[in-house]
Structures are given as structure tokens and as C-alpha cells.
Design a protein around this ligand. Sequence first.
Ligand code: HEM
Ligand code: HEM
Length: 175
Amino acid sequence: MTRSRYSTVAIALHWLIGLAIIGNLIGGLTHDAFPREQRGLIMALHKSFGLTILVLSLARLGWRLANPPPPLPDYMTPLETALAKVTHWGFYALMLAMPLTGWAMASLGKRETSYFWLFDVPRLPVDPALKGFFGEAHEILGWGTIALLVLHVGAVAKHHWFDRDNMLARMLPRR
Ligand code: HEM
Ligand code: HEM
């Protein structure tokens, strides 16, 4: 059966992960501006939320592969359809690559990484020579995420206000 809306699971995961990623982008880019004591707290939350994003994204990817999304409207041009696909799959790749490069970086840090003060996160077995690489990759991919987000929100706004279709409604909980 072809659906006309996203499933409740896909909707819940989309907004949970989306919110957490936006929070992590803001925390990651601004933590330097805070006093030392607050910086530690911001980064502890950044790492814990980031690892949560990794787990939720794996679940989301599994769900996505098993449950095809509702089809894109047929009045979209081939270029628009291709852009939507590149943005969506780019997001899935970033949802895994951002936490993994962050975790790799944290694995080479002096201090242990705690998951919400509950337990220490195991270190990934990464080569210490790659610390700079993971740091650069994490930062560049972060800017890539922001670029996709601008494109994504711009596209949704166009569909909602210009095409006046149900693109936004089908990703919102049913009222
Ligand atoms: C970093 C944050 C976000 C990420 C990573 C993200 C990711 C995604 C992905 C991967 C899809 C495609 C789902 C699929 O078909 O497999 C999607 C769809 C969608 N997103 Fe986001 N999103 C984010 C933020 C937002 C925001 C802020 C809005 C609000 C305007 C939004 C609105 C939508 C809508 C309406 C769809 C459905 C598109 C369709 O029906 O084809 N997203 N998002
Ligand atoms: C989707 C999840 C994540 C997003 C969107 C994200 C985003 C960011 C951004 C934008 C920065 C600033 C980059 C810069 O200007 O240098 C940053 C820094 C950082 N992130 Fe993440 N991050 C995520 C997950 C993680 C995870 C899971 C960890 C570790 C477990 C982590 C550890 C770090 C560290 C150690 C820094 C460097 C802080 C410093 O400047 O000393 N991140 N992150």
C-alpha cells in the first residue's frame, strides 16, 4: 500500500533527531564563548546527546529501509526530486558521520566521556595521529549539516507557502 503520510515512528524520530542535531550544532559552535565551568557542562551534554543521536539514527535508518516514505508529488521537476533525494540521503550520512567523528575525537581525549553521568563511554580504537583529521572532519561536516538544513527548510517553506501542498503536514503528527 502506498502511504500518503509518514508513519508515527518516522515522524517521532525525525523531530527528536532534528531537534537534538540543531541543539548540538548550536552547542558545538558556541561553547567557546561561555565561561570555563559552563563550557564543561555544555560539552558533556553535547557528547551525550550526540551519542543518543547516533543510536536513534541507526534505528531511523533501519526503519526507513523497511518502510518506504510517501512518494514525492509528481509535479516536482526531475531536478527538484534529485535535490530532495541528495538532501535526505546526505542527512542520513551526516546523522552517522557527525557522532562518529565526534566520538573518535573524544576517544583520543585525556578525560573519559560520560553518558549523562550514568556510565563511561568506551573509547573507539582510533589512531592518535588522526586526532586533527577527526576534528577537522567534525567541523566541516557540521557546516555541511547547516548547509543542508538551510536547503531543507527552504524547500519545505516553498512547498508549504508557494506550492501549498501537504509536504509539511505529512511530517507532522495528525491533529
Ligand atoms: C538537522 C535537522 C533535520 C534533519 C537531519 C532532517 C532530516 C530529514 C530527512 C532525512 C528527511 C527525509 C525522510 C525520508 O523520506 O527518508 C526529512 C523530511 C522532512 N523534513 Fe526534515 N530534517 C531536519 C529538520 C527539519 C526542520 C527544521 C523541518 C521544518 C521545516 C523539517 C521538515 C521536514 C519535512 C516536512 C519532511 C518531509 C519531506 C517529504 O514529505 O518528502 N525538517 N527530514
Ligand atoms: C549529530 C551530532 C553532532 C553534531 C551536530 C555536532 C556538532 C559539532 C559542532 C558544530 C562542533 C564545533 C566544531 C568546531 O567549530 O570546531 C562540535 C565540536 C565538538 N564535538 Fe560535536 N557534534 C555532534 C556529536 C558529537 C559527539 C557524539 C561527540 C563525542 C562523543 C562530539 C564531540 C565534540 C568535540 C570533542 C568537539 C570539539 C570541542 C572543542 O572545540 O574542543 N560531538 N560538534
